[in-house]
Write a protein that binds this ligand. Structure first.
Ligand code: JCF
Length: 716
């Protein structure tokens, strides 16, 4: 196949986008005419690729996501109708294939080296001097040695091999010599181009073969949202973005990887067949021109002083990026000089990693206070002598729970080690007993709630102590915060500070009071003027129309997060109907187990909660299921129990291959994933089921044998 040329790129993609969008608007896209379909598909692919590049490589999108989605969807529909038009590099073809049993090994043609470390300015200068000495034969003393520096991403190194501009293999670093073939997973990462192209006037043609090296990672914002989703569906969150990226990349089922918000940025090239630029900085520019994203946090320098400044400036700026970085990579810019310098053992002599100082510090633990959470859980918190850690001042840190403190013998007055990772809450890691003076005192959980004074109890099998009072002011403040929060009623402007103010001033003592607030009342609050008061009232008013599952989430019923709320709303058309639901009818809902059912029944049994529901309704808050929340049958769609459901297959079926079973499910609008999670609706078990069966049983997932599966397919 010929190398892709740039001649089929529309001469003005921006205009072309508008033409296509208008066409979509007027006559919908798909066409029965095969020739017309082929032309359209090619045009859509180019336009989608163009916008991918604007978004992922240049970080400068030109059209709103909704317009992009329409183009993408049109391409998808067109290719579905004309499968002969699909190409492996089409933007629609990122996800596919069966789960693997294991990854294949790939030997790297040239090893992927690691980097030696520099921990301070002196280490950097020493490295620079060694480079100059090593280059004494080719670089005169008065000639500058150009350096390049870039942020060092804390992700996983991968090597992407392109042949004639098409991605053919993606491999992990492994031990540097041999990695794992993760091609199908890498293809699901939107910032990994499936096809390369250069501008028509580029001095360098696409190489016949090129290995691109870079890091796969998860942006911090995406990581937070992803972890939140995991928590909501009852799965364990990842400790940090790096673990999340590693766990996501090493999935045997590429459909799982596809759901993970991974990103890729290149930092260099490996072996190439074809011409490559003469310097590191020109190489990164060239990668960008081919459509490969590289970090924009990089620069070229004439001397080591400027590099030291660059490195030190980043120590305090590292948290301003939406990604974890753990240092700065400094390289001799000219490739010819790199070749002269060569490598030792596992690291090149021509590069070094300046590592940021650890985000740990020691300080004095002044006191231990306790915080009351929404559920009444009492959490100890460290009050610290303020200390500077990785660019921010820390004066509070979590101590998790009473056992954590006791197990580590952490005492008030101790010198303690405090650690901060990314924008995660700082935590006290350990105490340093050697530094004790004898003035320190062991700590015990108080007997009474600091907010309401009622007794604190420890429940069996819980790490936390609880305040059991139903009218505890601190619990209510947390509930109010949660109710107004992003996953619930999403009331703009009502954050934790205002929640405290509204509760403490007595303006809001039950959730329904929010909908009774007057502007006069708000104007009496500190910091409130006309505009702010009106904005808040508008936000509150707007929240009355929120979908029912958001209200349900906001009520803070134990075990009812967003995912459970959605399931409940699917089954019950109003809050009133849910209030009447029996334990039995609740457990009959897919994904609702006895513990959740009991919690729901208990909550609605409390008289105060009943009157709260009544008051919310009479104050105009929506308590009815809205059309878009309705299950498919209520929307007038064919009543398919499969549509929208997530399946996991285990063991061998008699009448289907795995692929046939998967296709059958997908044709009915269901989804097949590789592992059992809180999102799994059905497990289909064949002969010799694996561990997934037990996982499904533990999670109370509906298990279907082959016959039941057949019945379900027939019903649909
Ligand atoms: O961002 C990184 N983690 C990174 C790793 C950047 C680089 O320029 C690297 C690297 C590992 C090896 N360069 C080499 C040679």
């Amino acid at each position: 196949m010929a190398a892709p040329t740039t001649s089929d790129v529309p001469s003005n993609p921006v205009e072309h986008t508008q033409v296509l969008l208008r066409r979509l608007e007027q006559n919908g896209m798909p066409t029965a005419d095969a020739e017309e379909a082929a032309t359209l598909a090619a045009q859509l692919r180019e336009v989608v690729r163009f916008h991918d590049r604007k978004y992922y490589v240049e970080d400068a999108p030109l059209i709103p996501d909704s317009e992009y989605d329409r183009l993408f969807h049109a391409l998808y529909v067109l290719e579905e109708a004309h499968p002969e038009l699909q190409t492996p590099e089409s933007p629609t073809q990122r996800i596919g294939g069966e789960p693997l049993d294991a990854f294949e090994k790939v030997a790297h043609p040239e090893p992927l080296l690691s980097l030696s470390n520099a921990f301070d300015a002196q280490d950097l200068r020493d490295w620079y001097d060694r480079c100059r000495q090593g280059l004494a034969g080719v670089l005169a003393d008065d000639e500058p040695l150009h350096l390049s520096a870039e942020v060092k991403l804390d992700g996983l190194a991968v090597a992407l091999t392109y042949e004639d501009g098409r991605l053919v293999v993606a491999a992990t670093r492994g031990d540097g010599q041999v990695g794992e073939n993760i091609t199908r997973n890498a293809r699901t990462i939107r910032s990994v181009p499936l096809r390369l192209s250069t501008p028509p006037d580029d001095g360098l043609p696409l190489p016949e073969r090129l290995e691109v090296r870079g890091e796969v990672f998860m942006r911090r914002s995406r990581f937070d949202a992803f972890n939140e989703r995991l928590r909501e569906r009852g799965d364990a969150p990842f400790a940090n973005p790096r673990n999340a990226a590693a766990g996501s990349l090493r999935q045997l089922d590429p459909t799982v990887t596809a759901e993970r918000p991974l990103s890729f940025l290149a930092y260099g090239v490996g072996p190439a067949q074809g011409t490559v630029p003469p310097t590191q900085s020109a190489t990164l520019d060239w990668l960008t021109r081919m459509g490969i994203p590289v970090s924009s946090q990089r620069a070229r320098f004439d001397d080591i002083d400027a590099v030291v400044d660059f490195c030190e400036a980043w120590v305090d700026k590292r948290d301003t990026l939406d990604m974890e970085i753990d240092g700065i990579v400094v390289k001799v810019d000219r490739i010819a000089y790199q070749e002269v310098l060569g490598a030792i053992a596992k690291a090149p002599r021509w590069a070094i990693a300046y590592k940021f100082p650890a985000r740990e510090a020691t300080t004095t633990l002044r006191d231990i206070e306790v915080n009351v959470g929404r559920t009444g859980a009492i959490k100890p918190e460290a009050v610290l002598e303020p200390v500077h850690i990785g660019g921010v001042t820390v004066s509070q840190a979590t101590l998790h729970n009473a056992d954590y403190i006791a197990d580590r013998d952490i005492r008030v007055g101790d010198t303690v080690v405090v650690k901060r990772a990314g924008d995660v809450i700082p935590q006290v890691v350990r105490s340093i007993p050697e530094a004790r003076t004898g003035e320190e005192s062991p700590w015990a959980m108080p007997a009474r709630c600091p907010s309401c004074g009622s007794a604190i109890v420890r429940l069996p099998d819980e790490a936390d102590y609880f305040c059991m009072a139903s009218d505890c002011p601190a619990q209510f403040i947390r509930l109010l915060e949660h109710f107004a929060g992003r996953s619930a009623m999403d009331i703009e402007g009502l954050g934790s500070k205002l929640a405290v103010l509204l509760a403490e001033e007595g303006l809001v003592t039950r959730l329904s009071d929010l909908y009774d607030l007057s502007k006069d009342e708000l104007l009496q609050l500190e910091g409130f003027a006309e505009k702010k008061a009106q904005n808040l009232l508008d936000g509150i008013e707007a929240s009355t129309a929120q979908p029912l599952h958001r209200l349900l989430t906001g009520l803070g019923i134990r075990h009812v997060g967003r995912d459970v709320a959605l399931r409940l709303v699917h089954a019950f058309p109003s809050l009133e109907a849910l209030a009447e639901a029996s334990h039995e009818s609740l457990t009959a809902v897919d994904g609702i187990g006895p513990v959740t059912a009991e919690s729901v029944v208990d909550w609605f049994a409390v008289e105060e909660n009943q009157s709260l529901v009544e008051d919310l309704r009479s104050l105009g808050v929506n308590t009815e299921r809205q059309p878009e929340e309705a299950p498919p049958e209520a929307r007038g769609d064919a009543a398919s129990p499969i549509a929208g459901a997530t399946f996991v297959l285990t063991g061998a079926l008699d009448g289907f291959t795995r692929k046939e079973a998967k296709t059958a499910i997908e044709q009915q609008g269901g989804k097949v994933t590789g592992s059992v999670s809180g999102n799994t609706d059905y497990l289909v078990r064949g002969q010799n089921p694996g561990s997934k069966l037990q996982q499904a049983q533990e999670r109370e997932v509906t298990v279907l044998d082959e016959e039941a599966f057949r019945d379900l397919l027939e019903q649909a």
